[in-house]
Design a protein around this ligand. Structure first.
Ligand code: SAM
Length: 480
């Protein structure tokens, strides 16, 4: 099970997060403090963000005409029927919840904090709407309660941001996050998938960017086209593309694979009121969206943070491919880490290993011995002679791995090179059985670049990358 989930999810759930802090389930109670928004009242703009509902994104919050304590009690009654908990976070949801006179803020927040069993405060706001005196007050509250500021970003792309009339740019968001983090205040960022004219890559880029920021959580929404919004008018006129459920699921799963695993997922789909929704209609079935995401992650075998290292893909492939009685080869044993990994899978099979350095054999033997591995044989010879050594295993080997480059912590002048690597791959193919694969980790230093380029040119293969960084190692798979 994924380490940051209590219920078989493959991402860092809010439930897990609250449990880890409060040792119990915690429910969020959505409140309406009667806030407006600087993007509506003319301070920044009028009209607001083009997708925003008349309730200013507080559709499930309490009744604005009720006192905060009454709102809290009314919603708590409903929540308590669903969940067995006695810890709550008061969530100021509707409008821009730091956009008011400091005395009004103090009155509302303190009222909420004085309610029994309220263990924290979540405040949804805009990155352009935390004045210095408000920040000072937030810093003070943060010392005595569990405070989270939820910031709307929606997208990192300025063109989209202007199209949806956000009224602030990316820099404003970055400055605000830095300001809050300087005082250790938790930041949760809201983003929207499916904004008009955004491509899948653009949506993934938003998440890749957020990975570079010090944020603690994220809410991922699907764009709602709601009745009586500017977005509805735009949609009727331009009929921009609305993501299908399948597309949304695929994008979210890609985003999760990129997202750092310490970032808590507060939300992973939208939850619009059915009577207000124009598109997409599949959004009304919240649980089926959540299930589809779970299913897709399971089919992929991936999880949040999967793309942190290419070795996760390497592990996924070998774990899917190998049975415990398979015969496998580590063509570059080095310090033996991969040899051990293979041996731990093929417990009833056999592992062969090759390396030109005596030191590599010595290190690997020790590691295998320390782990009680006996089903192996190592050759102190170049892998270009692999067929010569293993000809009795023609068509019998399930996996041959090459971890190219130099021995970690060893002599950096002894590295694999394109001539012997290509010869070894040629020879290896003959050894593979029908399901067999060759997996090659390529390090793009000078010689590695050449090896990678020539392998890709010569063989029908699949390349896996976990990052846009062209200097990062990547994986090549060649199938028989
Ligand atoms: C990146 S290291 C392998 C790391 C190893 N998988 C581990 O877990 O430590 C590459 C290894 O390939 C070896 N090597 C270089 N040229 C070789 C060749 N022609 N045949 C076999 N091994 C070679 C190097 O000695 C080095 O130990």
């Amino acid at each position: 099970m994924y380490k940051y989930s209590l219920d078989n999810k493959r991402y860092h759930t809010l439930n897990y997060h609250y449990f880890s802090i409060f040792n119990s389930k915690v429910s969020k109670i959505s409140l309406n403090g009667g806030f407006t928004c600087p993007n509506r009242d003319g301070k920044v703009a009028v009209g607001g963000c083009i997708y925003c509902s008349k309730d200013a994104s507080g559709d499930y919050a309490g009744n604005v005409n009720d006192d905060i304590k009454d709102q809290f009690e009314n919603i708590k009654k409903i929540i308590d029927k669903k969940w067995n908990t006695n810890k709550y976070i008061a969530y100021f949801q509707a409008g821009t919840n730091t956009y008011a006179d400091i005395n009004k803020l103090k009155d509302l927040y303190e009222k909420a904090l004085s309610i029994p069993n309220v263990v924290g405060l979540s405040i949804a706001t805009r990155p352009d709407s935390i004045e210095d005196n408000v920040l000072e007050y937030l810093i003070e509250i943060n010392k005595r309660t569990y405070l989270t500021i939820e910031l709307g970003l929606q997208t990192i792309h300025e063109k989209t941001s202007q199209l949806i009339n956000r009224g602030h740019d990316l820099k404003c968001f970055i400055d605000c996050v830095n300001k809050l983090r300087k005082h250790n205040i938790n930041v949760v960022v809201h983003i929207i998938n499916g904004l008009p004219y955004e491509t899948k890559d653009m949506m993934i880029d938003t998440v890749k960017f957020l990975n570079t920021m010090d944020i603690q959580g994220i809410k991922i929404h699907m764009l709602h086209v709601l009745k009586n919004t500017e977005l509805e008018k735009m949609y009727n006129k331009e009929k921009f593309k609305i993501l299908s459920l399948k597309e949304y699921v695929s994008i979210v799963c890609d985003q999760l694979e990129y997202l750092k695993d310490n970032i808590v997922i507060h939300r992973i789909t939208g939850d619009p009121k059915e009577e207000d929704l124009i598109e997409p209609l599949w959004l009304t079935k919240k649980f089926s969206v959540l299930n589809e995401i779970d299913k897709e992650m399971e089919i992929r075998g991936t999880y949040q943070g999967f793309n942190k290292t290419i070795l996760n893909r390497f592990d996924l492939i070998i774990n899917k491919l190998l049975k415990n009685n398979d015969i496998v080869v580590d063509a570059t044993i080095g310090n033996g880490k991969d040899t051990l990994k293979l041996a731990n899978i093929v417990t009833k099979g056999f592992v062969f290993g090759f390396d030109i350095q005596k030191e590599a054999l010595k290190n690997t033997k020790k590691l295998l011995k320390d782990n009680n591995i006996t089903n192996y044989k190592l050759f102190n010879i170049s892998h270009e002679y692999i067929f010569n050594k293993l000809m009795n295993y023609e068509n019998k080997i399930s996996l041959i791995i090459f971890n190219l480059g130099y021995l970690p912590n060893g002599d950096k002048s002894i590295i694999t090179n394109h001539i012997t690597t290509l010869k070894a791959i040629d020879e290896s193919i003959k050894l593979l059985n029908n399901k067999g694969s060759i997996l090659i980790i390529v390090y793009p230093h000078k010689e590695g670049k050449k090896e990678g380029r020539l392998i890709k040119k010569k063989y029908k293969c699949k390349t896996f990358r976990n990052t846009d960084n062209i200097n990062a190692p990547y994986l090549i798979e060649i199938k028989k």
